[in-house]
Design a binder for this molecule. Structure first.
Ligand SMILES: [Mg+2]
Length: 190
């Protein structure tokens, strides 16, 4: 496979715990609470020519807890809010399968389910992304691993229990999205 150079950079966001507060298998619009700072962060990147991409495991669908339609309704709500906040979402990828808990056709391994990088590689192909200049943000290590495996340049683990921003081996650990914004603002040369 040849790597595309000169593509478009993206801000690749996990959903639960990054865009909305993670309340566990969320599908109800009325229970959706946005994480502090997510729109400021998204606007910053959009203003610099980045695409906003959402990549989210959603095994709740595969487990039969909610439907594809429920997922789509919540994402419509989230997309509308991002548009209203001047930071439209360019694309949404989700992986409804689960290898052991999935029901029927959903019980299978998927190359899209994080920590596998399938969703991010699909976004790279579909949108012509330059992953080396892209940022990936998640609240679990599987998000970081998926982005790392795909070749995303800047990796951030959002961890509310962290005392202060810190650099791990190849990724940042940040207590708040505001810290990510501060980091991004410091990289004006990118
Ligand atoms: Mg998450």
């Amino acid at each position: 496979m040849t790597r595309k150079t000169g593509g478009i950079p993206a801000l690749i966001l996990d959903r639960d715990g990054v865009i909305n507060e993670d309340v566990g298998f969320l599908w109800q619009v009325e229970r959706c609470r946005f994480v502090d700072g997510v729109f400021d962060l998204a606007r910053h990147f959009v203003a610099r020519g980045y695409l906003i991409v959402v990549a989210t495991n959603q095994s709740g669908i595969g487990r039969g807890l909610f439907t594809e339609g429920d997922f789509r309704r919540l994402m419509d709500h989230i997309q509308a809010e991002f548009r209203r906040q001047q930071a439209p979402i360019a694309a949404i990828y989700h992986a409804p399968e689960h290898p052991t808990e999935g029901i029927g056709r959903y019980r299978r391994d998927s190359a899209w389910r994080k920590p596998k990088p399938g969703m991010i590689l699909a976004a790279e192909r579909d949108l012509g992304l330059d992953l080396s200049r892209s940022w990936g943000i998640g609240d679990e290590m599987r998000d970081v691993i998926a982005c790392r495996e795909a070749g995303v340049g800047t990796l951030v683990l959002l961890d509310q229990s962290a005392q202060a921003p810190a650099q791990a081996s190849d990724h940042w650990v940040m207590p708040r999205l505001g810290d990510v914004l501060t980091l991004a603002e410091g990289e004006k040369a990118r």
